[in-house]
Design a protein around this ligand. Structure first.
Ligand SMILES: Nc1ncnc2c1ncn2[C@@H]1O[C@H](COP(=O)(O)OP(=O)(O)OP(=O)(O)O)[C@@H](O)[C@H]1O
Ligand SMILES: [Mg+2]
Length: 192
């Protein structure tokens, strides 16, 4: 199956198997982990629709004096810029693709300051490869991170697939967090 067909299948599967308690367990596993607790600056998307809910994590992290970094999409170049927010959701404005994004007063962050990135995706494999929404935003973004930044994706076990279509530009993540476990992926270059 090609990426486009697989995206359609996965979106249907994700919708049919939505489970809020499972998703809370996934976020709970991340928040209990050393990589989360040690991270001072965490980049995350603002979840929407059937995605695993990141809103509670953002509120708790801000309350715990962590910096929350949120991406802004540039659809003309398919690149992301990353901004620090202090108030959730007040520092956000309606953005592209219906996703809230950091408003004009939020500071642009130096990528070197990001300790942990929560990378979105529809499906994953044990190599840490991901099927995204098809914009190539995160594949471009991840190549620009410094080696010290840890990348992680939140996913139910059911969306870890034995095989995914992978192209040369696709960038894997270091860890997958599921409702059952934290998986250190087989992706190369892990220095953590
Ligand atoms: N580093 C890159 N340089 C140039 N083009 C890229 C790069 N990364 C991805 N692309 C292009 O972006 C398009 C979408 O890529 P892909 O289908 O892998 O998206 P995705 O991984 O689902 O999206 P995202 O990264 O936003 O989650 C492809 O046409 C690909 O050629
Ligand atoms: Mg990709």
């Amino acid at each position: 199956m090609n990426k486009k067909e697989l995206r359609k299948t996965i979106l249907e599967k994700r919708k049919a198997s939505a489970d809020a308690a499972r998703d809370r367990a996934i976020v709970g596993n991340l928040m209990a982990s050393a990589m989360y607790r040690n991270a001072r600056c965490i980049m995350t998307t603002i979840s929407f629709g059937d995605e695993i809910d990141t809103h509670g994590l953002i509120e708790r992290a801000l309350g715990g004096a962590k910096t929350i970094a949120v991406p802004r999409c540039d659809p003309s170049t398919h690149t992301l810029s990353v901004h620090g927010i202090r108030q959730f959701p007040d520092d956000l404005i309606p953005g592209h693709y219906g996703i809230p994004e950091p408003g004009p007063d939020t500071p642009l962050l130096d990528l070197h300051t990001i300790d942990l990135v929560i990378v979105p995706g529809m499906a994953f494999n044990l190599e840490g490869h991901r099927l995204g929404y098809g914009g190539g935003y995160y594949d471009r973004f991840l190549t620009g991170l410094s080696g010290r930044t840890i990348t992680v994706a939140l996913t139910p076990e059911s969306l870890i697939l034995p095989k995914l279509p992978v192209e040369t530009h696709d960038q894997p993540v270091h860890y997958l967090v599921t409702e059952k476990r934290i998986i250190r992926t087989h992706c190369t270059g892990v220095s953590h």
